[in-house]
Design a protein around this ligand. Structure first.
Ligand code: AMP
Length: 448
């Protein structure tokens, strides 16, 4: 389907889409629309920024008739409060001319206010699983009327430990509902979830291009160790005009905290951090300040940053090299959005060479190297995992895929281990993945 007109949307939706200036559906939108409208269960592999919110909401909203019924018919589950707010805002834009009641439900705010809102009647609920479950258990909201369930960012959801709440919520719904799921990656745990609750899902997978966006200027620095990376970071950030909106990606919340602490000395007023050990409220505020330009620098772990729809980031700085090349693509994709030019900087140390090469192989290009500035001090301070006596190679295989949110020392051990054990085969693995975008569960699906 080449244009939104091919979707034959109802006039109210079409008018709103026109007003937003959207003319061409994104690939995930074209693929998802007919399948979701057909009522089949759907598993979509797609990243934030691909237009997936509209991909699942358009077909659902198009078929949503006006109703005065109190309990909801569409439920969208997302992992974080930030995403609830973002998705509610998006749906409100599309439904400008429709008579649809949309409600966001999330923790960290007054539950009674939310119960009162629920009691007014609602068509579409967008919620985080924890708070929703509290409201449902208490009898304030009934899920029996839900006919369509979307679970968005499932990988993040499971990473945050929401499996239990998801199971409980599923138990409270009618079986004859349509299940739609979106995830950026496929993991065994997600497959398990699908196997348990999804009957004959159709899989939609849009291949993530191995070619980075043209409007992102990439560069790389070779750096001795963790604290020298910190020194370099402090040095770069001095140029406030050039580095005017910076997102720093770090694997592991302990590392995120370490960097935050160090940068606070110079940049406390301009700095924020988000990772999964911070409360929703804290994260929400940190993102808000960053978005409003009150802070210039945001440190984030991969999982936490994935759902963000941030605008006009001048630089993405990869403090570490992600163990999965696809995560690098996700990260740098946060800049250079919507016609703006963006820059991406990768800092790597010796132990990360293989990961850097894997990324370059995936993109089929070498990232231009910038010479380490002479004026930056080489630190002799070591993180616990940089001390040789602490290299313990355990659990590496089992956890190799859990690059995100792993603890600092664990992450480094894993890097070291993968380097010795997996090098070439890991590269082949990801190359295969990108040349042939097929996930394990793709075999089950009737469509790719
Ligand atoms: P999402 O992946 O759903 O977070 O969407 C990313 C951004 O792209 C949002 O700001 C959407 O409003 C925008 N968007 C979604 N679909 C389209 C489209 N077909 N054309 C232009 N922009 C779009």
């Amino acid at each position: 389907m080449d244009t939104f007109n091919d979707f034959k949307l109802n006039n109210k939706l079409q008018d709103a889409i026109d007003e937003l200036g959207f003319t061409t559906p994104t690939p995930i939108q074209s693929e998802a629309y007919p399948v979701i409208r057909s009522g089949k269960n759907v598993v979509g592999i797609s990243q934030t920024g691909s237009g997936k919110t509209l991909a699942f909401m358009l077909p659902l909203l198009n078929d949503l008739a006006y109703s005065t019924q109190l309990s909801p018919r569409i439920l969208v589950l997302v992992p974080t409060r930030e995403l609830v707010v973002q998705i509610v805002e998006q749906i409100e834009l599309f439904t400008k001319y429709m008579n649809v009641r949309i409600l966001g439900i999330y923790g960290g705010t007054n539950i009674n206010t939310q119960k009162q809102a629920v009691a007014q009647g609602v068509d579409v609920v967008v919620a985080t699983p924890g708070r929703l479950y509290d409201i449902v258990i208490d009898g304030s909201l009934k899920l029996k009327t839900v006919k369509k369930v979307v679970i968005d960012e499932v990988d993040v959801m499971l990473d945050l430990g929401f499996r239990f709440q998801l199971n409980n919520l599923f138990e409270l719904m009618q079986e004859n509902r349509q299940n739609i799921m979106f995830s950026a990656t496929m993991t065994e745990e997600i497959e398990e979830l699908i196997g348990e609750f999804f009957i004959a899902p159709v899989q939609i997978a849009i291949a993530l291009s191995g070619t980075p966006l043209d409007n992102i200027e990439q560069s790389v620095y070779e750096v001795r160790n963790f604290y020298t990376k910190v020194n370099l970071l402090i040095h770069l950030l001095k140029d406030k005009e050039e580095f005017n909106k910076v997102l720093i990606f770090v694997s592991g919340k302990r590392n995120a905290d370490r960097i935050f602490e160090k940068l606070t000395e110079d940049y406390s007023e301009e700095l924020g951090v988000i990772h999964s050990n911070k409360t929703q409220n804290y994260r929400f505020k940190a993102i808000e300040k960053y978005e409003e330009g009150k802070t210039r620098i945001l440190i984030a772990t991969d999982v936490m940053a994935r759902g963000l729809d941030l605008d006009q980031i001048s630089h993405v700085i990869n403090f570490n090299v992600p163990a999965f090349a696809e995560n690098y693509m996700h990260r740098i994709g946060r800049t250079g959005r919507a016609e703006h030019r963006g820059k991406s900087i990768l800092l790597y140390k010796e132990a990360e060479v293989e990961y850097k090469e894997a990324i370059e192989e995936l993109m089929d290009m070498k990232i231009p190297v910038i010479k380490f500035p002479v004026e930056v001090e080489i630190s002799t301070q070591k993180t616990p995992d940089e001390r040789p006596e602490n290299y313990v190679f355990k659990n590496a295989d089992r956890n190799a895929k859990k690059d995100v949110e792993a603890g600092a020392s664990f992450h480094e051990k894993k890097l070291k281990n993968q380097k010795t054990n997996q090098g070439g085969s890991y590269r082949r693995e990801i190359t295969k993945k990108y040349k042939k975008p097929k996930t394990k569960s793709g075999k089950k699906g009737s469509k790719k």
